[in-house]
Write a protein that binds this ligand. Sequence first.
Ligand code: C2O
Ligand code: CU
Ligand code: CU
Length: 506
Amino acid sequence: MSVRNSKISANVDTGRRTLIKSAALLPLATPLHSLAQTATRPLPIPPMLDGTNPESGRTKLRLQDGRHDFGTGFKNRTKGINQSYLGPVVRVRKDTPFTVDVANDLNESMACHWHGLHIEGQYDGGPHQEIAPGTVWSPDVPIAQRAGMSWFHSHTHGVTARQVYQGLAGVMLIDDDDSLAADLPNTYGVDDFVIVLQDKLFDTMGQMAYPINADTVEMGFQGDTLVINGVIAPVEQVVPKGLVRLRLLNSCNARFLNLTLSDGLLNVIASDGGFLEKTVQTDSLLMSPGERYEVLVDMRSVSSLSLEASFDEDEISFSGLFNRLLGRKTASAVLTLKAGADKGMDASIPQLLASMEAPDRNTAKVTRSFNLNMEGGNDNQLALAVSWGNVCANPEMGMGINGLPMKMDEINEECILGQTEIWRVNSDADRHPFHIHGCSFRILSQQGVEPPDYAKGWKDMVYAQDGWSEVLIRFDYKATKQYPYMYHCHILEHEDCGMMGQFTVS
Ligand code: C2O
Ligand code: CU
Ligand code: CU
């Protein structure tokens, strides 16, 4: 068991070498697998931070180094925002500007991108807006969109994947009058929970590893251990007997997650861009990296229910297929909800949630096509090779879009303010989650077919493989050449290796 992670080629924390040496003198640590399977930890509730012009002035976010225990008993060197790992849940409100000071106390630069916000390029926090160590970025971000779940994360050119893996990400909840008045669970940490899902790889010393080699870059980093709000799953939480709301973010670098309930159906009420038109019941919810969904779980007449996750690859692997044929479940519980003594919200699952028109492809004036390439766009790779131990420099590993890798000084598309367009995405290999900055869109087709019902609302993520995925999109905010928007694969290693492009809106 101690050689389980023998393929690890590098640790995130390079200063750990000496620790390994001295650890050789210690008795062997409990292997992580057994730790992860036997111990159930309480669900960590990330602190909530008021982003609506608190009386104290501007909202403060501090990027900092941390020491964090994922539940192995060992401290990891991590990075976090106002804490040792990940960030607080920032709560903002429609029509109230989010005035924020992002202070960088790290010893490296970081760009802090607000993923999902409909804002001008100058506020977007893309790779052109790096915050140097010791400096503060203070945008007054207008919040003009409907309620929903967004998030913020590192978007530093070439090192986004590593920085997010180390912990530089957090959730942002946008409220509006409708969402606050809705007959839905809304008491944070009681019947309303934020769930950040990530996969990690730990060595036998409980240290987070981030191997970078040709495989992890090609597949994107894939860990074997699921972490939920910063601790190793499974976790549990006592909730009132009533409806419970889970606001889910897949913050894995590259893993698609397939979510199910131990019993019954998931009631999906919102996607990336806020409420769906009506609640969608589904037995499984596929989430790509970068996606958000909100679900309701009915705890009125059960004593416990578990949210289960499987890595989507399990479904198509031989063992996954075999298990399915035998009717065996491959998913494992990541979060168990236990009904406590208190009565909770006793309302039925709402049917209608928001009004929404069906997307009409005839309103589009322009169609743009994006082919995601795993090979070919390798001429920007020299710079990245330095930080990536030469992996991107492998000519086979040059990634790009329409044959071109991301170049900081090149604008790939110029869009017209207020114009409706169709963006179509395809890939020459593998499945890629595609993200567009500055707006939300509607999916017309995904991988050549209709998207699942839960993906028919407002989205900023769509995935592509074997057949065009099409979205209907309109840009309502400006992005200049100086601060353009990005579109990219949200497998962060692919993004860092060049599968990204830039566009202006004017
Ligand atoms: Cu979630 Cu361009 O990023
Ligand atoms: Cu984004
Ligand atoms: Cu990709």
